[in-house]
Design a protein around this ligand. Structure first.
Ligand SMILES: Nc1ncnc2c1ncn2[C@@H]1O[C@H](COP(=O)(O)OP(=O)(O)OP(=O)(O)O)[C@@H](O)[C@H]1O
Length: 390
């Protein structure tokens, strides 16, 4: 079998790459808030909230930042996954475990546990950089406890704790009582959803590290980037690098299992179908007759090429042929553009502008379908058209 994937490890969820493209600013902000304390800890309480939707690199950025610092310091990094550890006793237990502190499992009050922790830090002259990841899983009460712990840890002479709280949205902080909210106050670093171009850079680096040379083309990476990247920061469902990397890996796997050396657009469609919901038949049924004919034209035009994209012009030609086939009078050019934007809004097709556009009208908009194998889509759309014409 041809090896398409040459390094599985770079696709594992825990892998943190050397470079994190497009997160330079966030790393700098972390350094501004924590760098001084980490290199010479104790004199104040550094704290931050990292906010961004899933897959925007919050955890990776935190880990990358830490790895640039760790050798210079007597601080320990304690990372708590709050999806798994949700209540006070399991979190304090995890902290104790990662510091090798022998802790009684029960029998102490919350305050006694906290005092014991601070006491141990003082005795061993240790400091901790505590990351509460996915902290929206915690109750406001538990989250407040750890935010205040840092504030109060100087009772024994030094601020022994730095805190990073990670979440998806402002509501995690807004739900806290005003005085605790005040402690986190203005220390917020935001992680905007990755745009298509940014996702492209990220998966290109991953492909260079993990896939055989020649196994991937720019076009295939672009296709994944278009599917997963945000078109604007307001695009609320997109911008997830984890999803993009996952689709890349699955596409590579499918190519490899099929005994091919190269990932094809159809591999990407199959891979995407595994991780996203495909287009539902209900949505297709709701399209007008000519919108269905136009969609069928996109599908057929894509099938006739090996490229992930076709131009609007190609589709228009195909549409006219299909109208002839079904004995329908073609709709006018401008109407077709309306269909296209509707199909895009419904998530059935993606569009992008051809950067190397030759400037010929209709040749500059590229259309692709990433979420559904073309054969399935063609069969369903054809069936629906026939039903409607009967
Ligand atoms: N800028 C980047 N460069 C390279 N890889 C990245 C980048 N951002 C994220 N990734 C990768 O995407 C995946 C998800 O990133 P990460 O776990 O940091 O996201 P997150 O924002 O913490 O998500 P969640 O909120 O779901 O925990 C990881 O595999 C990570 O390595």
């Amino acid at each position: 079998m041809h090896m398409v994937i040459i390094d599985e490890a770079v696709f594992s969820p825990s892998y943190v790459p050397e470079r994190l493209p497009h997160r330079e600013e966030q790393i700098q902000q972390l350094d501004a808030l924590f760098g001084g304390w980490l290199r010479n800890p104790g004199r104040h309480y550094p704290r931050v909230v990292l906010l961004g939707r899933p897959g925007t690199g919050k955890t990776a950025t935190l880990r990358r930042f830490w790895s640039t610092i760790k050798n210079e310091t007597n601080v320990k990094f304690v990372h708590i996954n709050c999806f798994i550890y949700r209540n006070f006793s399991t979190i304090i237990g995890e902290i104790a475990k990662s510091l090798n502190i022998p802790f009684p499992r029960r029998g102490l009050s919350k305050d006694e546990f906290l005092s014991l922790l601070i006491e141990h830090l003082r005795e061993r002259d240790l400091y901790i950089f505590l990351a509460l990841d996915d902290a929206f899983n915690l109750s406001a009460d538990v989250l407040s406890t750890f935010i205040r712990l840092g504030q109060e840890s100087d009772r024994l002479g030094a601020f022994r704790i730095a805190l990073a709280v990670v979440g998806h949205s402002d509501s995690m902080i807004n739900n806290l009582d005003p005085s605790t909210r005040g402690i986190m106050g203005k220390f917020v670093i935001r992680f905007p959803p990755y745009t298509r171009d940014q996702i492209f850079d990220i998966i290109l680096e991953r492909a260079q590290m993990g896939l055989a040379p020649g196994a991937y083309s720019d076009e295939v990476l672009q296709m994944i980037a278009d599917l997963t990247g945000a078109q604007s920061p307001l695009d609320s469902s997109k911008g997830d690098a984890r999803l993009a990397i996952d689709i890349l890996y699955r596409s590579a796997y499918i190519a490899q299992q099929s005994g091919r050396r190269q990932i094809t657009p159809e591999d990407v469609r199959r891979a995407t179908k595994e991780v996203l919901f495909g287009v539902s038949e209900e949505v297709l049924r709701g399209l007008s007759l000519h919108e269905k004919l136009f969609l069928l034209a996109i599908v057929r035009a894509l099938k006739s090429t090996n490229s992930p994209y076709v131009t609007f012009g190609d589709v228009e030609d195909m549409y006219k042929m299909i109208c002839e086939e079904f004995d329908e009078k073609p709709r006018v050019h401008t109407q077709l553009w309306t269909y296209l934007s509707d199909l895009r809004d419904k998530g059935i097709v993606e569009t992008r502008l051809n950067k190397r556009g030759e400037g010929v009208r209709g040749r500059t908009t590229l259309i692709s379908i990433g979420s559904e194998p073309l054969d399935t889509l063609e069969a369903v759309v054809t069936k629906l058209i026939r039903e409607e014409l009967q």
